[in-house]
Design a protein around this ligand. Structure first.
Ligand SMILES: Cc1cc2nc3c(=O)[nH]c(=O)nc-3n(C[C@H](O)[C@H](O)[C@H](O)COP(=O)(O)OP(=O)(O)OC[C@H]3O[C@@H](n4cnc5c(N)ncnc54)[C@H](O)[C@@H]3O)c2cc1C
Length: 477
């Protein structure tokens, strides 16, 4: 490793790798420093007894023609280096046995909702028109302005202080339509009554118009495409290299401390846990709460019943209640569950005649019992919940492994195993991508726009542009 770079990037999650790859392509000397033994952060894949699983992901957004992820991959010239399969249907919502195939286009969604509640056609149309208007306005507004600029007007100004429940209340009464419209609240980790109407609308519309995608062969292939772009453009990736501190001189970030020495850099991009960054840079800690975490059970199945690519199971139409008691019981009476079949679209992810599946449930870091003591017991409970969604799944299990919020924290350093950085509540207060220290920039899901692969890739692009401008080299086009 050299001791001087234009830019040092801390963390090789999708946020950090995107920033590093963009900067390397623009000709800057870049070192991406990763604490773990593999790149990707939450965007990784592992193999056990012939079964391959993504550590975390269900579906990624942003691969539609105008999506941020696709735009960034195009900019890097690596659009063809990753194969994506569009989910069709986008997901299956299973409300205690009442199954709804949710499509990944708006016209099909409108037809579906009309069919559910023919008496509410006007409300459905007006809701989706409003959400489309919010989405279009949001896409042309810088994320920090969107959430933090005080004087913002128009549809954004109208809904920025509102929860998603307040938005739905204006238009829809049908419990089932509301349930379908709330089926992805877990993707932002908050119930309809707490999640930001803006953040939820953006996420919902991104998946509902651009589609949801599975990365063929596993999430690691998305990560690997970014790593390849970084290396082929002369950038460096250093694994097993935790950064212990940020070097600050005269109020400017000018490098990092790693085991055995220092690395100097014209600018530093921090793309990992926010609390640690506050500690390292001596800046003010955030006031927001970390987002929810998850408990996962990875299953290898033989002779399994048919399992869709992506299914959400809910005990009824009341999505709000599925957030009750998450700290106490991941499979309690109100619990919901995501069931993700990796090998239906990527058969190589399981041996012949077998299936690779992940069960995923919202979970709090501070659980009623220490996670390491109850993880097996909770797996049994989650499996019995999965049995309600997919009868026969339990008896087809031939392999099982679990991961808890502690696992997520251990492998990525995210505070309390937060899945999406800070909680995306009404204020959606995040760390500014331009920190208070000159020369230090932020990428990843603790900054704007927020959690999810598409969002962190967009944050990486923004951080790269700011860092490049700061070290005063080449202007970006
Ligand atoms: C269970 C689960 C399911 C999810 N499902 C989806 C989904 O279906 N679709 C979707 O789009 N998003 C999903 N997400 C969210 C998404 O995965 C994250 O928002 C995103 O991957 C975060 O990327 P990041 O680059 O910000 O950080 P991370 O992925 O957290 O990467 C940060 C990296 O920094 C490294 N690091 C930390 N500290 C240091 C240090 N001091 N020095 C060097 N390196 C350091 C870590 O080891 C890690 O590799 C899910 C998340 C979870 C947990």
């Amino acid at each position: 490793m050299k001791r001087l770079y234009d830019i040092a990037v801390i963390g090789a999650g999708i946020g950090g790798l995107t920033a590093g790859a963009i900067l390397a392509k623009k000709g800057y000397s870049v070192a991406v420093l990763e604490a773990g033994r593999a790149p990707g952060g939450y965007c990784t894949t592992f193999r056990r007894q012939g079964f391959t699983f993504d550590s975390c992901l269900d579906a990624v957004s942003g691969w539609g023609e105008d999506g941020w992820l696709r735009r960034i991959f195009r900019k890097l010239g690596i659009e063809k280096n990753v194969e994506m399969a569009r989910l069709d249907p986008l997901r299956v919502d299973n409300f205690a046995g009442d199954k709804v195939n949710v499509p990944g286009t708006i016209p099909e969604l409108i037809n579906l909702l009309y069919g559910i509640a023919p008496g509410e056609k006007d409300g459905i149309l007006n809701l989706l028109d409003t959400m489309e208007e919010i989405y279009r306005a949001a896409m042309s507004t810088p994320p920090e302005v969107l959430y933090a600029y005080p004087g913002i007007k128009g549809v954004i100004g109208k809904y920025r202080e509102k929860t998603y429940k307040e938005l739905l209340d204006e238009f829809i009464t049908s419990p089932k339509v509301r349930a379908v419209m709330c089926d992805r609240c877990a993707f932002l980790g908050l119930p309809p009554s707490k999640v930001s109407a803006l953040a939820m609308t953006i996420m919902f519309m991104t998946y509902s118009s651009g589609g949801g995608y599975r990365i063929n062969g596993g999430a690691c292939n998305l990560t690997n495409a970014l790593v390849k772009a970084l290396l082929e453009n002369g950038g460096e990736l250093h694994l097993n290299t935790p950064v212990s501190d940020i070097m600050i001189e005269d109020g400017k970030a000018c490098g990092v401390f790693v085991a055995g020495g220092t690395i100097r850099a014209g600018a530093v991009i921090y793309a990992a846990d926010a609390e640690a960054m506050f500690r390292m840079s001596g800046t003010e800690p955030g006031r927001n709460r970390p987002s929810i975490s998850f408990y996962m059970v990875y299953l290898g199945l033989k002779g399994a019943p048919e399992i869709p690519d992506s299914m959400g199971y809910y005990p009824g139409y009341d999505i709000e209640s599925t957030f009750a008691d998450v700290a106490r019981d991941v499979a309690g009476p109100f619990a919901s569950l995501e069931i993700i079949n990796y090998s239906r679209l990527s058969p190589a992810m399981a041996p012949d005649g077998h299936v690779s599946v992940m069960l995923m449930s919202k979970a709090e870091y501070s659980y009623s019992r220490p996670w390491n003591e109850c993880r097996d017991y909770e797996a049994e409970k989650l499996l019995s919940l999965a049995e309600k969604a997919i009868p026969g799944i339990t008896e087809s299990v031939v392999f099982r492994e679990t991961a808890t919020p502690l696992t997520l924290e251990k492998y990525t350093g995210n505070l309390r195993g937060a899945a999406f950085g800070w909680e995306q509540n009404v204020s959606n207060e995040r760390v500014s991508p331009r920190t208070r220290l000159s020369g230090l920039f932020f990428a990843g899901h603790w900054t704007y726009p927020g959690g999810g692969i598409e969002s962190v890739a967009a944050s990486g692009l923004a951080a790269a542009e700011s860092a490049a401008a700061a070290i005063n080299k080449e202007a970006f086009n």
